[in-house]
Design a protein around this ligand. Structure first.
Ligand code: HEM
Ligand code: HEM
Length: 312
């Protein structure tokens, strides 16, 4: 981040004054919007926004008797100050991810007979679907989303991990959906008749669009810094929306499959039925904890970088 200058307050027509901090950053997380407003020329607030609401919004008050340097110092200090931490939620997410991955495997391998792409027993082809959708799409997608909070590297490296993991999630998700279609086609079952399948196709399509837009905006060729800053809140908002949609789709999938199994004879209070419902429950907790870890303003718990505001 490059410190350009600090503008002294200037009286405006309505008696308010503004103090503008001008910073330039190639890191799209740092947006200093110059939002310093003083009321009646007496005192005001100085805003430094790192990330974007609800990530961070730091405000300091400004008095006429305070020197510009004092205000700048205060903003620098605030930029490195601690805040609510996302870390506990990322640990919880990892644990929930491991638990739900183990549970879906036990279900599909132990209770449902295993997974394969080619078999005369078509149910084994179907079993690939929940495993890839949960482990490949949702869990790898969760880790991709949390990568900025969990990884120790710098922003650029984390970004590469972020979009690579999302690409892997996308590909595994597509293979998982292919398995569902293959199962239907080889078993003579209709395609795309359920709400689950419609929301599922919508989700993976939006995920693909989100990936492409993210890639061209933030990586290659990359939008100009100002546009990146403006689009980042949309990227996060839309990213979370698509992620929540994916979790909801998986819930519909678990519900639908268990209902099919129960209507073809599975005892409703069987161990398997409980396993499926508890897996779905854990996936809800996983989704919630990933979303909270994103919303929690956690950049402050990694002070690296923000005390670096300097002229260079
Ligand atoms: C985000 C994750 C998921 C997505 C995007 C997704 C997507 C899809 C799609 C597009 C189909 C339609 C296939 C066709 O019509 O031939 C389908 C079928 C199916 N999926 Fe999923 N799925 C997901 C997760 C799950 C999970 C975790 C289960 C749990 C068992 C599941 C169970 C089913 C079942 C039973 C079908 C066949 C019946 C139907 O078409 O609704 N899905 N899925
Ligand atoms: C479907 C794919 C994607 C989804 C669902 C997604 C979702 C998200 C979410 C939820 C965040 C907020 C993370 C946080 O602040 O803790 C985020 C941040 C970000 N994503 Fe993505 N993303 C996707 C693809 C991409 C791609 C392809 C790029 C290209 C480089 C990218 C670049 C970024 C950047 C630069 C941030 C800002 C991180 C920060 O605040 O430090 N994303 N993404």
């Amino acid at each position: 981040m490059r410190w350009i200058s600090t503008f002294p307050p200037t009286a405006t027509e309505n008696g308010r004054s503004d103090l503008y901090l001008l910073l330039e950053s190639s890191d799209e997380r740092c947006r200093i919007d110059g939002s310093v407003t003083t009321s009646l020329g007496e005192r005001g607030s100085l805003g430094l926004i790192i990330g974007f609401p609800p990530h961070y919004s730091l405000v300091s008050s400004w008095h006429e008797d305070r020197t510009e340097d004092a205000v700048v110092e205060e903003v620098k200090k605030m930029a490195g100050s601690p805040s609510v931490k996302a870390a506990p939620f990322t640990y919880a997410s990892h644990a929930l991810a491991v638990a739900s991955a183990a549970m879906v495997l036990v279900w599909c391998v132990h209770f449902r007979g295993g997974l394969t792409f080619e078999s005369s027993n078509k149910s084994l082809i179907f079993n690939i679907h929940p495993v890839l959708m949960l482990i490949g799409f949702i869990i790898i997608g969760s880790e991709a989303i949390m990568s900025y909070k969990t990884l120790p590297w710098n922003h650029e490296v984390n970004k590469i991990v972020h979009f690579t993991l999302h690409a892997i999630a996308l590909v595994l998700g597509a293979v998982g959906i292919y398995a569902a279609f293959k199962f239907h086609n080889e078993s003579g079952i209709d395609n795309l008749y359920s709400l689950h399948s419609w929301v599922g196709l919508g989700t993976i399509s939006l995920y693909g669009i989100q990936w492409i837009l993210g890639f061209v905006t933030f990586f290659f060729p990359g939008a100009p810094p100002a546009l990146r800053g403006k689009s980042l809140p949309w990227h996060v908002l839309f990213g979370l929306f698509v992620y929540i949609l994916a979790v909801a789709t998986a819930e519909l999938g678990f519900l639908e499959k268990l209902t099919f199994l129960e209507s073809s004879g599975l005892y409703k209070y069987s161990l398997e039925a409980f396993l499926v419902n508890f897996t779905a429950l854990i996936v809800i907790f996983l989704g919630a904890s990933v979303v909270i870890s994103v919303i929690a303003p956690a950049h402050a718990d990694a002070p690296r970088g923000y005390s670096e505001i300097s002229e260079n």
